[in-house]
Design a protein around this ligand. Structure first.
Ligand code: SF4
Length: 228
C-alpha cells in the first residue's frame, strides 16, 4: 500500500517537540504522564494575562483524553466563555458537521484552543497572551500525545508549526512537526464569510482521516514511512 506523503517541516523541535514541560514543577515528564485534570487544576484561577480579568470561565478543552486526533482552535467565543466548553453554539455545530463529513467524530477527538480565556469582543489574540497561555496548551498536547493535530485557523497553525505563514498557504497537505502529523485548515467560523471554505475544511480533515486509516494505531513505523 502506498503511503500518503507528508510535508516534513522542522518548525517545532525535531523529534523532541515540546520535549520539556513548560509549567513550573512539570519538567521532564514523559508524554501522557501528566493527566489533563492535573493541568486543569494547575491553571485554575489563572491571571497570567489580562484576559483572566474579563473572562467568565476558563475554557480548558474537552474530548477524548486518549484521542489520536487533537483539534486546536483560536480562543473561546461568547458561548464558550459562558459555558466553559470549546466549540459550542454555531461554530461547534459547523465543526461537528465537518468532522462527520470527513469520517471523524467529535467523540473521538480532543478539542482545545490556543487561548483559554475569551478576548473581549472576540478580537484576535495578542502575542503576549499567546506566550502567557502557551504552556497550558503544550502540556495538553503532551498529555494527550495524539498522532495528528488539526490546526483551525491562522493562530493555531502558526503556533504549532512555528511559522509566520497564513493558513491559506499551509493547508491542503499534511506537515510533520516532531512526533505529530499536522493538518492546518480554516477555522469553522470563517465559513460564515467564506462558505466555499467549508469543502476545503472537509478536504483537510479528510487528509487526516486517510492518514489514520493508512497508519493503524499499533503501526510503530508509521511516522517515518510517510515522510517526503
Ligand atoms: S488566557 Fe491563558 S494565560 Fe491568559 S489568563 Fe487565561 S488561562 Fe491564563
Amino acid at each position: 500500500m502506498s503511503r500518503r506523503r507528508v510535508e516534513r517541516t522542522y518548525l517545532m523541535d525535531e523529534d523532541g517537540a515540546m520535549a520539556q514541560m513548560q509549567m513550573d514543577g512539570h519538567t521532564n515528564q514523559q508524554p501522557r504522564e501528566v493527566a489533563l485534570d492535573d493541568i486543569a487544576a494547575a491553571m485554575a484561577g489563572c491571571r497570567l494575562c489580562t484576559l483572566g480579568d474579563t473572562r467568565t470561565n476558563i475554557v480548558f478543552g474537552s474530548g477524548n483524553a486518549h484521542a489520536r486526533v487533537m483539534l486546536i482552535g483560536e480562543a473561546p467565543g461568547r458561548n464558550e466563555d459562558e459555558t466553559g466548553s470549546p466549540f459550542v453554539g454555531a461554530a461547534g455545530s459547523k465543526l461537528d458537521g465537518f468532522l462527520e463529513r470527513a469520517g471523524l467524530s467529535r467523540d473521538g477527538v480532543y478539542i482545545a484552543n490556543v487561548l483559554k480565556c475569551r478576548p473581549p469582543s472576540n478580537r484576535d489574540p495578542k502575542p503576549q497572551e499567546i506566550t502567557a497561555c502557551a504552556p497550558y496548551l503544550r502540556e495538553q498536547i503532551r498529555s494527550i500525545w495524539p498522532d495528528a493535530i488539526v490546526c483551525l485557523g491562522n493562530f493555531a497553525s502558526q503556533f504549532v508549526l512555528r511559522t509566520g505563514k497564513g493558513v491559506t498557504a499551509l493547508r491542503g497537505r499534511l506537515h510533520q512537526a516532531g512526533h505529530f502529523v499536522v493538518a492546518p485548515t480554516y477555522h469553522p467560523s470563517a465559513t460564515i464569510y467564506h462558505p466555499d471554505w467549508a469543502d476545503l475544511i472537509v478536504e483537510d480533515l479528510g487528509l487526516v482521516r486517510a492518514w489514520l486509516d493508512e497508519h493503524p494505531q499499533d503501526d510503530k513505523s508509521m511516522r517515518k514511512e510517510g515522510l517526503s
